[in-house]
Design a binder for this molecule. Sequence first.
Ligand SMILES: Cc1cc2nc3c(=O)[nH]c(=O)nc-3n(C[C@H](O)[C@H](O)[C@H](O)COP(=O)(O)OP(=O)(O)OC[C@H]3O[C@@H](n4cnc5c(N)ncnc54)[C@H](O)[C@@H]3O)c2cc1C
Length: 404
Amino acid sequence: MNKQYDAIVVGARCAGSPTAMLLARKGYRVLAVDRAMFPSDTISTHIVHPLATESLKSWGLLDRLVATGCPPMHTYSFDFGPVTISGTPGTADFPVGYCARRIILDKLLVDAAAEAGAEVREGFTVDEILKEDGAVVGIKGHSKDGHTVIERARVVIGADGRHSLVADTVKPDQYNEKPPLLAAYYSYWSDLPMNGRFETYIRPNRGFAAAPTHEGLTMIVMGWPYAEFDENKHDVEGNFLATLALVPEFAERLKGAKRESKIAGATVPNFFRKPYGPGWALVGDAGYTKDPITAQGIRDAFRDAELCANALDQSLKEERSFDDAMGDYQSTRDADVLPMYEFTTQLATLEPPSAEMQQLIGAIYGNQKAMNQFIQMNAGTISPAEFFAPENLGALMGGPPNQA
Ligand SMILES: Cc1cc2nc3c(=O)[nH]c(=O)nc-3n(C[C@H](O)[C@H](O)[C@H](O)COP(=O)(O)OP(=O)(O)OC[C@H]3O[C@@H](n4cnc5c(N)ncnc54)[C@H](O)[C@@H]3O)c2cc1C
């Protein structure tokens, strides 16, 4: 069979463009398509945690992000009411996070894929995933002028987000499923200086955060429990402002600020999908979607791109079987993300911190090393499994956690 491409990537944002770029850099013939034109925005806030910047650096793209004027965030803080835990989110080599507008970040990634030699087709909608003898062999889609084409490849990669057409077609096993847990809304404000800080406020059944982004704006994102979604959707703005008013000092700062955008929002379910099968693979949200409260999606998309591109390289070069190489991709992904998935989906309930957590927060307050680790765990720099290990908590606090 004469297949035109080695790989077709459906979706060209945080997961798709890096996957296309990495495969093209390895010398493969890659087609990346997206129904969107770039630059364009998408419904998502955009905290890029330090480990995501490590990926950008390794791909030679971090300098480009910095050159866009996105302010670095050197300190993250969690205000629980009685106490605020503040610290550094990253590592010695990658100390800061960014809050990079998707309209800028995604364009940077698309351009990098094209520069690497991938053919990028914007404004192209995939209508159908083509299968033959149980294996995916290509796509059928149309460009903006309505012209329909068929393209074939050795592998079709779904980087097409949580409503993935690729996943919908191949129906992979779905596991660790949890329902939507919160409704998240965000907007942009001018004249709200953050001074390099990403601030999160936790209050009963509510949480919100503020982070400095491009063009001198500050992004404010907040959430309420999914159970309140129906009731609150009739007055999102009123509920948004009422949530900010729960922290009077923040509301005071807001008096000098101006809202510069509409309030946008989304709710997302939580699930893992098996990310490979005959002729297909999934990366990013298409393979693993979780609540945005810990802002892990961009970092996870970058990690998937690396793991999946490496596994496909091994398989396409016939160094390993497809199932073997891609099975490693799945197990490495799952082992990496599972502790953070559990932490994220617990946090997203917006239930008050448990008695143990309150004790822990009280115990680490004022201990900068312990507070840094708490912040780094929330940023995904260290795993919750590592942070919450009794020996780690014991070492941080000079004794077992229940005696701290
Ligand atoms: C409210 C909210 C806030 C968030 N905040 C953060 C945050 O602060 N930090 C963070 O790291 N993550 C955050 N996330 C998660 C983050 O948005 C996702 O994890 C990330 O966008 C996943 O990237 P992706 O490339 O897999 O998918 P997407 O970004 O969804 O991109 C999929 C692309 O596929 C294209 N596509 C889909 N179907 C087709 C088709 N049939 N034909 C052609 N093209 C198609 C779409 O046009 C789209 O461009 C947030 C999510 C939400 C909803």
